[in-house]
Ligand binder design. Structure first.
Ligand code: HEC
Length: 221
């Protein structure tokens, strides 16, 4: 057997193994649903976790503009290749102890290799990043969702909406949040979202933290 022929034979023998190890990006896109609550694949779009747009081949803890990395990730020298991603996704807490990703891991080796193939294909521009199910655009809400006044009396917030009606909430059921992104509300125009008028829980989103207490009047009438 010539050297070329034995190489060809070896390649033919290994081909199925290699394609199995490489994973199936299309199936990986399905596996990514387990990640999508916290990660976007759009560059610069950070959620609970950093954008994974170009994660493959990049050093850990270096997604541009993500401000919430743990010390553990910032100090690690790992580069996200096949092996590192596999170890991280199998058991994040064991691979980089002290990290802040609230995810137990994927025990299924096949699911991990499919997912890694997908992350790699997106990073290399071979597969388009899916658009993330958008957060609502709070500048474009219905005027009836805009909050025009908030009054606190006893254990109750009375929230007046744009159409003029006032709704009472038990103070423990109303959350105040801020959204400083482009999708956030306009300055001075907080928005009621969530359960809305029918539900007993809701959240009011402001453009900036300083608006919150400035907006709330402490009065019983
Ligand atoms: C509950 C939210 C959450 C889920 C679910 C989650 N992650 Fe994360 N992920 C994070 C957070 C937060 C960080 C940053 C952790 C830190 O700084 O310690 C992170 C970090 C990462 C990193 C390192 C990124 C970098 O810039 O170095 C990778 C890779 C990653 N996650 C992949 C995944 C994948 C793939 C899945 C799905 C199997 C997933 N994560 C599921 C929240 C999550």
């Amino acid at each position: 057997m010539t050297i070329q022929r034995s190489f060809a034979a070896l390649a033919a023998f290994c081909a199925p193994l290699i394609s199995m190890a490489a994973g199936d990006a299309a199936r990986g896109a399905e596996v990514f649903r387990a990640c999508a609550a916290c990660h976007s694949l759009v560059a610069g779009e950070h959620r609970t976790g950093p954008s994974l747009a170009a994660v493959y081949g990049r050093r850990v803890g270096t997604a541009d503009g993500f401000q919430r990395y743990s010390e553990a990730l910032r100090q690690s020298a790992v580069v996200w290749n096949e092996q590192a991603l596999d170890a991280w996704l199998r058991d994040p807490a064991a691979f980089i102890p002290g990290n802040a990703m609230a995810f137990r891991g994927l025990p299924d080796a096949r699911a991990r290799s499919d997912l890694i193939a997908y992350l790699r294909a997106v990073s290399e521009g071979k597969v388009a990043a899916p658009r993330t199910p958008g957060l609502p655009d709070l500048k474009a809400v219905d005027p009836g969702q805009r909050v025009s006044a908030i009054r606190h009396c006893g254990d109750t917030y009375h929230v007046t909406l744009g159409e003029g009606r006032s709704y009472p909430f038990w103070e423990f059921n109303l959350r105040f949040k801020t959204d400083s992104s482009a999708q956030g509300p306009r300055k001075g125009e907080p928005v009621l979202v969530g359960a809305g008028m029918g539900g007993d829980r809701a959240q009011i989103v402001f453009a900036a933290p300083r608006e919150i207490s400035a907006f709330i009047r402490n009065t019983c009438q």
